[in-house]
Design a protein around this ligand. Structure first.
Ligand code: FEO
Length: 395
């Protein structure tokens, strides 16, 4: 059922309460998600985005109950990714000639996925279309936020920015607006979304945020494509994004490790103890990489000033769990973060050196040669690990 957003703008999307993973298996979902689609009924009728393909049938059926599909004058595809374009094939079977407004890159991504030559109308930043009653839709390219094809659409007079993925959260709710949901949950899902999806594009994001702010558009609402609509102080999320996009960090040190016979785990705990002894203000968090959610750990790294990675040596190398996780860390292109390494070993002891190399390659400033311990840590080794933690807290 459609829900009124403001005046003649309605939400016609899908709340996906059961979603567990997103982007294949890459992004863990804790609280479901939504695929937000919007219907504007002025003199012209406009549909902004659709929903993910598994919900295409119910989306088109519900939409047809709300509006005569033949009356849809324009479809706006802000982004070609399947969670927003997935209902186009079903919809376009019913209204094949309806123009689809999108960027040149979105023509490529939509054609590349559905192999259909629909009536695409390519738009660029600043282009607009009149929709009657003195209102128009203005397009703003958002390339690399987070795909080359992304754009946002601004509805004049109602002053709503349809931002697509930007400013979104994977957060299922029947409530439409940011002021109607639990604020802690909203913050957690917003920062996780930013850390895991937008961090690699920080440089581009900074420029784009400046560009949006410089436009000086009155923005009464930011209607994203996932989660809630920002209506209460909508610029709060733009301000947060500005902060997060500027090599964000808090006073936090995060330790991430894997262990075979608990020796490396013991070192991890002692390093945490040492950090806290040296600086009781710093937040220390410790995660076993195999027992914690990878995306949550990425969010913790995003918040950290220093990251300490641990692995025992196996086969003259590190555990594959750590290698895989550091690969994910590298994709995030974190900047302005320090790193150090530790690990137990029985024979050759290469893990610390390898971890240092991987962290450097991932863009971290390695601040120590690392700490390694042969066999299980005894009391002396535990004390050395505490001292190592103390040292890292001061670097
Ligand atoms: Fe980039 Fe929500 O899709």
């Amino acid at each position: 059922m459609k829900k009124q957003v403001k005046n003649n703008v309605s939400w016609v999307g899908k709340v996906d309460w059961e979603l567990e993973k997103f982007h294949g298996e890459e992004y863990s979902i804790d609280k479901g998600s939504t695929y937000n689609s919007y219907l504007i009924e002025e003199e012209k009728t406009v549909l902004i985005d659709t929903v993910w393909a598994p919900f295409a049938g119910e989306f088109v059926e519900n939409l047809a109950n709300e509006v005569d599909l033949e009356k849809i004058d324009y479809i706006i595809a802000n982004h070609g990714e399947v969670d927003h374009s997935g209902a186009l094939p079903k919809l376009m079977k019913l209204i094949p000639d309806t123009p689809i407004y999108c960027t040149a890159n979105a023509v490529k991504s939509i054609k590349g996925q559905y192999h259909e030559d629909w009536n695409f109308k390519v738009v660029k930043t600043g282009d607009s279309i009149e929709i009657g009653n003195g209102k128009s839709l203005v397009f703003v390219e958002m390339a690399m936020l987070h795909w080359p094809d992304s754009m946002a659409t601004y509805l004049t007079e109602d002053n709503i920015l349809f931002s697509n993925d930007a400013f979104g959260q994977h957060y299922a709710t029947e409530k439409l607006y940011n002021d109607l949901v639990d604020q802690c949950e909203l913050y957690e899902e917003s920062i996780k979304y930013f850390a895991n999806i937008l961090t690699p594009f920080n440089v581009i994001l900074r420029k784009k945020l400046d560009e949006i702010i410089a436009l000086n558009l009155p923005i009464y609402m930011i209607a994203t494509s996932h989660g809630v609509i920002w209506r209460d102080n909508p610029m709060q999320i733009v301000e947060k994004y500005t902060q997060w996009a500027n090599d964000y960090q808090e006073n936090q040190i995060t330790i991430i490790y894997d262990t075979m016979w608990n020796g490396t785990k013991k070192l991890a705990e002692k390093i945490a103890e040492g950090i806290n002894l040296a600086d009781s203000d710093v937040v220390v968090k410790l995660y076993n990489v195999t027992k914690n959610d990878e995306n949550d750990m990425i969010t913790e790294i995003f918040k950290s000033k220093t990251v300490i990675m641990g692995s025992p040596t196996i086969g003259s190398n590190i555990l594959h769990s750590m290698a895989g996780f550091i690969h994910l860390v590298k994709i995030m292109k974190f900047k302005n973060k320090k790193a150090a390494a530790f690990g137990c070993y029985g024979w050759s002891g290469e893990s610390v050196k390898i971890l240092n190399g991987l962290m450097k390659d991932a863009g971290f400033e390695v601040i120590s040669e690392g700490y390694k311990n042969q066999w299980n840590p005894d009391l002396d080794a535990e004390n050395e690990a505490i001292e190592y933690g103390k040292k890292l807290a001061t670097l």
